[in-house]
Design a protein around this ligand. Structure first.
Ligand code: TYM
Length: 338
């Protein structure tokens, strides 16, 4: 947590989309890092269903997918009695603030968002307006709680920068230090977990190949098969980290190993320098099964009790709303809407 001086109470917020199939990247890059933060700071963890519907979601599946994210939070160690676990659309203040922020953000800023360009591809004219203004809603998620710290994977960094630009312009336009400048917390160790089939691409839910990712719901057998099939180089693991830079698949597997083991990358690399990939893969499979296995088992247990999970989300939404409604009132006051 940075020591940037701020007059604002330190508060943590992050979000995960209920688009199904949470994977190792979501866990190592984000969810795992939420857990220690809740020990020290008031923390809110949001199931961002409004972000999910920026691309088509089957209405019949959405509740189940929301429960899956809530289950992943709890199974990973987020304590619902300590942190606020809630659902984005249950707190309408997010969308109300989002509209105000849409009027602060500039088209040029959004036009620069690389994630939009990647997702829209050649289809720019046909994707939803929501997909384009998605980062503004994300800024609203953070600012409706005046959150100061946002733990995310590296792919969200540009969105956080946009949120900061929105804060600077809002505070300047209304001549107040109204919103805090939110700080991203991006842990270097697992900032970007890459695909197991092509380590130039990030591990992602939308990759068509199941073998590109380890899902949090994978059985031990599936983990074993996927690691066996993970792309590697013909040469053994090199003798130095500099040489490893040109071997993205090898680097990715050692990154995953070090993040699961909570040890420095250099230490993990040292164990496998000049060894064959088969040795690394055997150990990595074991480490993954030890890490993901208990989370998967707990998630399965929780998912079978939908009533419990929906209760947690409803209770969290009440608490979140308590904070959000105050901030929205203040926003309406300073902008003259009240
Ligand atoms: P989402 O749902 O795509 O991903 C959830 C979290 O997982 C991280 N992540 C990764 N980290 C490392 N390696 C990967 N391969 C990888 N893939 C995903 C993401 O960085 C993210 O932290 N826009 C956000 C959700 C959001 C949000 C927010 C986050 C909405 N509002 C407010 C923070 C604050 C998203 O789509 O995450």
């Amino acid at each position: 947590m940075s020591n940037v001086k701020t007059n604002f109470t330190k508060r943590v917020l992050s979000g995960v989309q209920p688009t199904g199939g949470l994977h190792l990247g979501n866990y190592l890059g984000a969810i795992k890092n939420f857990v220690p933060l809740q020990e020290k700071y008031e923390s809110l963890f949001c199931v961002v269903d409004l972000h999910a519907i920026t691309t088509w979601q089957d209405p019949g599946d959405l509740t189940q997918k929301k429960c899956e994210v809530a289950a992943a939070f709890i199974a990973s160690g987020i304590d619902p009695n300590r942190s606020i676990i809630f659902n984005q659309s249950s707190v309408p203040e997010h969308t109300q603030l989002s509209w105000v922020l849409n009027c602060v953000a500039r088209m040029g800023w959004l036009n620069r968002m690389t994630q939009f360009k990647d997702k829209a591809g050649k289809n720019k004219e046909k994707v939803s307006v929501g997909l384009f203004s998605y980062p503004v809603l994300m800024a609203a998620d953070i600012l409706i709680y005046k959150a100061t710290h946002v733990p995310v994977g590296e792919d969200q960094k540009q969105h956080l920068e946009l949120a900061r630009d929105i804060v600077l312009k809002f505070n300047n336009d209304f001549k107040k230090e109204f919103f805090p400048l939110p700080e991203p917390i991006i842990l270097k160790k697992a900032a970007r977990i890459m695909s197991l089939r092509d380590a130039t691409k990030k591990m992602s839910k939308s990759d068509t190949s199941e073998f590109s990712r380890i899902s949090l719901m994978d059985s031990n057998d599936e983990i074993d098969k996927k690691i066996k099939k993970a792309k590697t180089d013909a040469l053994p693991i090199p003798s130095s980290i500099e040489l490893l830079e040109s071997m993205p698949e090898a680097k990715n597997l050692i990154t995953i190993y070090s993040a699961c083991e909570d040890e420095d990358f250099e230490i993990s690399f040292d164990k496998y320098r000049e060894k064959n990939f088969s040795e690394l893969k055997v150990d990595l499979t074991e480490v993954l099964i030890n890490k993901i296995g208990p989370i998967r088992d707990e998630m399965k247990k929780l998912i079978s009790d939908k009533k419990y999970l929906l209760g947690i989300l409803n209770n969290g939404s009440e608490k979140a709303k308590n904070i959000a409604s105050h901030v929205l009132k203040e926003v309406y006051d300073v902008t003259g809407l009240n």
